[in-house]
Design a protein. Structure first.
Length: 151
């Protein structure tokens, strides 16, 4: 015999179990700063010439491929289309947009102090990587709170 008095209790427990499972499926804190760092490397590669450009470009491409493969190997739960609600998607989209805006605005501000495109991109990369590392968990918590239940 089970511990549930009604079908509603059983469904509520299933929903709680699913929410806990999704909440356990978090991005590693190193992932987004790593993506930002490698994107910064690719941006800096566009500003230099010769061998340095080739090396930085290859490093960026190989690094992004490695991060993607590593993340894919860690993923245990596959999200389905019905899992995402408009509200959960909006929270994640707002967070991603905030990181992209920061990544775009910081070089403009640094440009007030230096004409070096490399420094502008490097500092923007560091600031954005720090921002994504600091805000990953709060953004995930908001998003997970609004996921739909897969039935």
């Amino acid at each position: 015999m089970n511990d549930f008095s009604t079908a509603d209790d059983a469904l509520a427990e299933i929903e709680r179990t699913q929410q806990r499972a999704y909440a356990g499926q978090r991005l590693p804190l190193w992932y987004l700063p790593g993506v930002v760092g490698l994107g910064t490397v690719a941006g800096i590669a566009a500003e230099v010439d010769g061998t340095a450009q080739i090396v930085l470009t290859v490093l960026g491409v190989v690094g992004l491929a490695a991060l993607t493969a590593l993340l894919a190997s860690r993923t245990r739960i596959k999200f389905r289309q019905r899992t995402w609600t408009v509200r959960a998607g909006a929270w994640m989209a707002a967070w991603f947009v905030s990181a992209l805006v920061l990544w775009g605005v910081v070089p403009l501000l640094i440009g007030l102090f230096t004409d070096s495109d490399v420094w502008q991109k490097a500092i923007a990369g560091v600031v954005t990587a720090a921002y994504t590392a600091a805000t990953t968990r709060p953004a995930e918590n908001r998003m997970f709170a609004h996921l739909g239940v897969v039935r």
